[in-house]
Design a protein around this ligand. Structure first.
Ligand code: UD1
Ligand code: CA
Length: 456
């Protein structure tokens, strides 16, 4: 049985943040979640997350993931101590385990598999990468080609600092070796911490041996210690996600300015214009067009939807062949049925548009049900809020609401009804009726010549 221990108890002081470092996000997913997902994909079970600083917040971020269990490291005495805490939480039948850092999010699954193979017949295997300059990473020391130790940058001599083979903090251990050797770690080093990296020298000295795998793609093994590192990781993740989408048939006019969370799906033949952000649980259908500068979060779009530039979606749902924007705002529970249209400067909240219904210009539609084929004129407002409660507006199928109408909810406009432009509607307009709720126009003949103010 192969388990995983993920070290995630540190505060991450270099982040200068109240939030635990491992909860800082890469493309909308906390770093530690990326690591857990990679371990899961590599078949690890259970996955032990060692928590300490901000423990509750880290635990909460895994709500509903039953294969994740937690070990608490009360004091952050170093990665070796964190590993000891995790080890105590592992089931006895664990034969081998991955040890991963919660701040190294982009580890490829195939490297984990390579680590498993390399560890056969050894006490442990460790994943390294070449970095020039090698920054503050631990350096891998070799003797006759074999890894004999990892030396932390702060403990290294100037000769050792010149070594470009860096420790990624990703390992596969034989569980028996680990149980037998973890207690021999000490704090005799520059930082006065228990270093898990010392296990490499212990394995080498005992004859059990350590193996090293050198990663193909070094950029994926970078850790994030500060917000500059985090930005670099986001950039790397962005190209991974965008490349995968483009290879699956999505066109990106400018991948460098397109930000798609790793949790988002996009159908083939969809075209994404520059400056778009798609986040959270968003799913975009096939053959859509997402216009420049649009921001779409936690929303579902069917096939063939056209989003014109600079539109904002938040927890909205849009069926096939709808058209939205430019400059439209769909707020939570906005729902557009097939072929509906929401145009420029229209805000929709908790409202359902029936198939083919339209609000093409300048409107606020909140707490409303709009029948199929209805036409909502420019400047229409649903007055859904009386200062205390929200009320429903119902607009019937095929009805016509004239421009600049004010619909005071609760209110119902019947099927096929007609509301005259500029009306303030406070009573039901029955099916097929004309509702006029405005001051009647009167003309005063000859008034201009007779009574209009004259220039002095
Ligand atoms: C560590 C490695 C270094 C490697 C680098 C890769 C050690 C001693 N050094 O250094 O060789 O190049 O990772 O990114 O292992 N943590 C705890 N409890 C603690 C201390 C740390 O859980 O007491 C966790 C942190 O939350 C973090 C991970 O362990 O997720 C690594 O800790 P960090 O302090 O970032 O180690 P580095 O200095 O980066
Ligand atoms: Ca680190």
């Amino acid at each position: 049985m192969r388990a995983a221990i993920i070290l995630a108890a540190g505060q991450g002081t270099r982040m200068k943040s109240a939030r635990p470092k491992v909860l800082h996000e890469v493309l909308g997913r906390p770093m530690v979640q990326w690591v857990v997902d990679a371990a899961r994909l590599a078949g690890a079970k259970p996955i032990v997350v060692v928590v300490g600083y901000g423990a509750q917040a880290v635990r909460d971020s895994f709500a509903g993931q039953d294969d994740v269990i937690f070990a608490v490291q009360e004091q952050q005495l170093g990665t070796g101590d964190a590993l000891a805490c995790g080890l105590a939480a592992l089931p006895a039948e664990t034969d081998s385990l991955f040890v991963l850092c919660g701040d190294v999010p982009l580890i490829p699954t195939q490297e984990l598999q390579a680590l498993v193979e390399a560890q056969q017949g050894c006490a442990l295997s460790v994943l390294s990468f070449k970095s020039q300059p090698p920054h503050g990473y631990g350096r891998k020391l070799r003797q006759d080609g074999k890894v004999c130790a990892i030396i932390e940058a702060k403990d290294a001599s100037s000769e050792q600092l010149a070594i470009s083979e860096c420790n990624s903090g990703t390992y596969c251990f034989d569980a028996e070796f680990l149980r037998g050797s973890i207690a021999s770690l000490d704090t005799n080093n520059a930082q006065g911490e228990f270093y898990l990296t010392d296990l490499v020298a212990i394995a080498h000295a005992s004859g059990a041996g350590a193996a090293a795998v050198v990663a193909a793609d070094a950029a994926r093994l970078a850790g994030a210690n500060d917000r500059c590192d985090l930005a670099a990781l986001n950039k790397r993740a962005q190209s991974l996600v965008n490349e995968a989408l483009m290879r699956s048939g999505v066109t990106m006019e400018d991948p460098a300015s397109t930000w798609v969370d790793s949790t988002v799906s996009v159908g083939p033949e969809t075209v994404i214009a520059p400056g778009v952000r798609l986040s959270g649980r968003t799913q975009i259908g096939a053959a859509c067009r997402i216009g420049q500068g649009s921001v779409i979060g936690d929303s579902l779009l069917g096939d063939g939807v056209v989003v014109h530039p600079y539109s904002v979606f938040e927890s909205a749902q849009v069926e096939a062949a709808c058209s939205v924007g430019p400059f439209a705002r769909l707020r939570p529970q906005a729902y557009l049925e097939t072929g509906a249209k929401v145009g420029n400067f229209v805000e929709v909240k908790k409202a359902r548009f029936g198939a083919g219904a339209k609000a093409n210009h300048l409107a606020y539609i909140g707490d409303a049900e709009i029948g199929a084929g209805a036409n909502i004129g420019a400047g229409t407002i649903t007055c859904n809020y009386d200062g205390a409660n929200k009320h429903l507006t119902q607009i019937g199928e095929g009805s016509f609401v004239g421009s600049n109408s004010t619909l005071v909810a609760p209110i119902k406009i019947g099927d096929g009804a007609f509301v005259a432009a500029g009306s303030v509607v406070t009573r039901e307009v029955p099916e097929g009726a004309l509702g006029v709720g405005r001051v009647k126009q009167r003309n005063i003949e000859g008034w201009v010549a007779r009574a209009a103010p004259k220039k002095g």
